[in-house]
Design a protein around this ligand. Structure first.
Ligand code: SAJ
Length: 408
């Protein structure tokens, strides 16, 4: 049985390692001791549907380690942080993971990079480190992940895969091992094209969300309901307008488009979309402020701090910027999120967060929020206002319970 060594056991590395462990011996390692300790106890470090079950099923083939070992395949799935000020990718983890592999590299080994990187990274950064090891006959591919948090396992199995090998044999070997669990199509290309494809996908989505947000601002003071208008426009066979919202968060859409522009003044559309989506929490803050202008020092309940619905992930969440602005304005802010365990501000139960509040602001589209009974909570609030930035509530029902309802 082939042995695969996976470097990085985060949101992507861990599910990938476990999917491979169905058919291969897998060694998983991470520099984060907390993650390793949890995994050693048999617990997965974050919420993801089906992940714990998969872990329990394959644990006989999965070993956790804090150092690299000899293997047939080395897979790098470490994060690529974002240098906020320079607006460029920080490749330190990709570099150090590659350097960790180097002393263990042998002839006929295959190295795969899954981390999101600027086009050219494989050729300019990763391959030179591996070549320096002196090993001549190794194989290398860039194979980006395309799974969406919240349905990672399902998407890792069913989504198409793009494999960019440094040569045909590398692509083919990579395809062979991914075929052990991927049911979607597997398409082969070169390294830089695969790197570019990954960034195009997230940039496409970010620019389209910016367009939806722009449409929202155009109609804001008119009689047009943006949600209804988008629904109708999307009945056109070639139109797919995305959803406006309180902003774009997460570790992908909010940073990957910058990996294409890499701090140049060129490529204005991508930059503008990024800036627009980043300013969305400010715009929503002013709308909420205006909605509550007649209430003196309002208490506001923020529902949801995860960057999107039904996940516990708060990385680059627009909720944080929104809450900071509310606090700066002197609002009393109470926060509830049924998924998130750790956040910059104290999280309360739904009842605590709603008690004596003047307004509920829905920031995250958690499915659970749709089930809140407005009649039940109306009696707990000081004034009955709700601002739904995700258009997820049954507005008629809330109005019937006495709420003033505002949507984006
Ligand atoms: N959002 C909107 N309006 C929309 C869609 C999303 O405001 O119409 C917001 C969400 O609320 C969230 C952010 O955008 O704050 C990003 O959410 P998402 O669901 O679009 O994407 P991610 O970041 O969870 O995952 C994306 C996916 N990329 C694409 O769909 C092109 C996923 O397939 C990638 O694997 C992932 O990035 C990644 O790891 O790169």
């Amino acid at each position: 049985m082939k042995k695969i060594c996976v470097l990085g056991l985060g949101y992507i590395g861990l599910p990938t390692a476990l999917l491979f462990a169905q058919n291969y011996k897998v060694i998983g390692l991470d520099v984060n001791k907390k993650i390793l300790a949890l995994l050693k106890k048999g617990k997965i470090p974050f919420e993801e549907p089906g992940l714990q079950e998969l872990f329990n099923k394959v644990k006989g083939n999965f070993t956790i380690s804090d150092s690299v070992e000899d293997a047939d395949v080395f897979l790098i799935a470490v994060p690529t942080p974002f240098e906020e000020e320079k607006k460029i990718a920080d490749l330190q983890y990709v570099k150090s993971a590659t350097e960790m592999i180097s002393p263990y590299l042998k002839d006929d080994n295959l190295v795969i990079l899954e981390s999101t990187v600027p086009p050219g990274t494989s050729r300019q950064l990763v391959l030179p480190i591996l070549v320096k090891s002196g090993v001549k006959n190794f194989y290398y591919s860039y194979c980006p992940e395309r799974a969406k948090p919240g349905s990672t396992i399902n998407e890792m199995i069913n989504n198409a895969r793009i494999i960019g090998g440094v040569d045909d044999k590398s692509s083919q070997l990579t395809k062979d091992i991914y075929s052990s669990f991927v049911k979607g199509g597997i398409y082969l290309t070169n390294t830089v094209t695969a790197e570019f494809v990954k960034l195009m996908e997230n940039t496409f989505r970010d620019v389209n969300i910016a367009l939806a947000n722009e449409f929202l601002h155009i109609v804001r003071k008119s009689k047009i309901n943006i949600w209804e208008a988008i629904e109708f426009a999307n009945k056109h066979p070639r139109v797919n307008i995305h959803k406006p919202g309180p902003g774009v968060g997460g570790h992908c859409l909010a940073i990957d488009p910058w990996f294409l522009t890499q701090n140049t003044k060129k490529f204005k559309l991508i930059r503008l979309a990024r800036e627009m989506n980043d300013s969305q929490p400010n715009d929503v803050f002013y709308l909420v402020k205006d909605f509550l202008k007649d209430i003196k020092k309002p208490t506001v309940t923020v529902l949801g701090v995860a960057y999107k619905g039904d996940v516990d992930d708060t990385r680059l969440t627009p909720a944080l910027r929104f809450i900071d602005l509310m606090l700066d304005e002197g609002f009393n802010v109470k926060i509830h999120d049924p998924f998130v365990k750790e956040f910059k501000y104290r999280l309360l139960s739904l009842e605590e967060a709603i008690k004596d509040s003047d307004c509920i602001v829905i920031i995250t589209d958690h499915t659970l929020f749709k089930q809140i009974n407005p009649e039940k909570i109306a009696i707990m609030m000081r004034s009955k206002n709700v601002f739904d930035t995700r258009n997820i509530l049954d507005h008629k029902k809330w109005q019937k319970a006495g709420f003033n309802v505002e949507i984006l």
